[in-house]
Design a protein around this ligand. Structure first.
Ligand SMILES: C[S@@+](CC[C@H](N)C(=O)[O-])C[C@H]1O[C@@H](n2cnc3c(N)ncnc32)[C@H](O)[C@@H]1O
Length: 275
C-alpha cells in the first residue's frame, strides 16, 4: 500500500496522459455529466441557462446569426446550438458524448434555421468546411496539451469561410492563482459521481507553476479495478493566447471580458479570432 500511495502522490509529467474521452463518454460518467450540464446548481460542465442566454445574445449581436453557418465544437447537450438555430443559423454541433448529442437532438427547435448533430472527436475527425462561425465554449481549449491545441487551432482555421470567426473562451491566470495543491480521499467521493458501484477515490490536485497548468487526478478504486482520470487545465494570459493563435496562422485577434455575461468573478475571458 505504501508503494501505491507513493505513486499516487507523485507529480505526473505535465500533459503526459490524456483521459478526456473516459471522462465524457464512459456510460456512467456520461449520464452524470449530462445531469451536471443541465443542473442550475453547479456551473461545472455548462454555464447556468441565464448566462447561456446572455452569451447567445452577445454572439447574435456581434455576428448576426440569421442565415450564418455555425459549427459548435464540444456542443454537449446543445444548450448553445439549439439557441443558435432558434435565431436562424445553419448549425452543426459536434461532441463525442452520445448521450449529450441524443439530448441535444431531442431538444432541437422546430423553428428558425436548422441544426444537425454528429457524434465526433474534434481532435481526430474532420470538421465541416466553409463556416462563418466556429465556437468552442466553456474553456474546452484548456484541457489540451500544447501539441493538441496547436493542431486543433490549425484545423479550425481551415474550417472557416473567408471572413469567418472563431469564438472561444479560456481560463485566465487569475483563475490559476486560486488553485491549491491538495488531496482528498472518500468512499464514493462526489456522491457516487465516478461509478455506480461502491468505490473509494482520491483526488490529487497539482500545480505546475512554470507552465500555468493544473491537474486534478482522480483515482477510483472499485472492487475489481482501479482507474484514473486526469483533468489538466492550461490557464492563459492574453499574450499567450495571441501567440498560440498566430502560430496556428490566425491574423486578427480580439478579446472580450465575458461575452456580455453579468459576473463579479474574473476567471475566464473570451477570444474572437479570424484569418
Ligand atoms: C465543458 S463541456 C462544455 C459543453 C458545451 N460547450 C457547454 O458549454 O454547454 C465540454 C464538452 O466537450 C466535449 N468534448 C471534450 N473533448 C472533446 C473532443 N475531443 N471531441 C468532441 N467533444 C469533446 C465533452 O463531451 C463535453 O460535452
Amino acid at each position: 500500500m505504501y508503494a501505491e500511495l507513493k505513486r499516487l502522490s507523485e507529480r505526473p509529467e505535465v500533459f503526459s496522459v490524456y483521459t478526456a474521452e473516459t471522462l465524457w463518454t464512459d456510460p456512467h460518467l456520461a449520464k452524470r455529466m449530462l445531469q451536471t450540464h443541465l443542473s442550475q446548481e453547479t456551473a461545472l460542465a455548462s454555464r447556468p441557462i441565464k448566462a447561456i442566454d446572455q452569451v447567445v445574445d452577445w454572439i447574435d449581436r456581434s455576428f448576426e446569426l440569421d442565415g450564418k453557418s455555425v459549427c459548435d465544437l464540444g456542443c454537449g447537450p446543445g444548450l448553445y446550438t439549439n439557441r443558435y438555430a432558434g435565431r436562424g443559423a445553419i448549425v452543426q454541433g459536434l461532441d463525442f458524448s452520445r448521450s449529450s448529442i441524443d439530448y441535444a437532438r431531442t431538444h432541437a427547435p422546430s423553428h428558425g434555421g436548422s441544426v444537425t448533430y454528429r457524434v465526433a472527436d474534434y481532435l481526430k475527425d474532420p470538421l465541416p468546411e466553409g463556416q462563418d462561425l466556429v465556437t468552442l465554449i466553456y474553456c474546452d481549449l484548456c484541457p489540451l496539451s500544447p501539441n493538441q491545441r496547436q493542431a486543433l487551432l490549425a484545423k479550425i482555421l481551415r474550417a472557416l469561410a473567408p471572413g469567418g470567426r472563431f469564438v472561444f473562451d479560456v481560463f485566465s491566470l487569475e483563475a490559476f492563482e486560486r488553485v491549491n495543491e491538495g488531496v482528498s480521499f472518500a468512499r464514493n467521493l462526489m456522491n457516487g459521481f465516478w461509478s455506480a458501484n461502491d468505490y473509494f477515490a482520491f483526488q490529487h490536485t497539482f500545480r505546475y507553476d512554470q507552465e500555468a497548468v493544473s491537474l486534478d487526478r482522480f483515482t477510483v478504486i472499485e472492487k475489481d479495478r482501479t482507474w484514473d482520470v486526469y483533468n489538466w487545465l492550461q490557464y492563459f494570459s492574453r499574450d499567450e493566447i495571441r501567440r498560440a493563435l498566430m502560430q496556428a496562422g490566425f491574423g486578427s485577434i480580439a478579446f472580450t471580458e465575458g461575452f456580455g455575461v453579468d459576473r463579479s468573478d474574473e476567471t475566464t475571458f473570451g477570444v474572437i479570432a479570424s484569418a
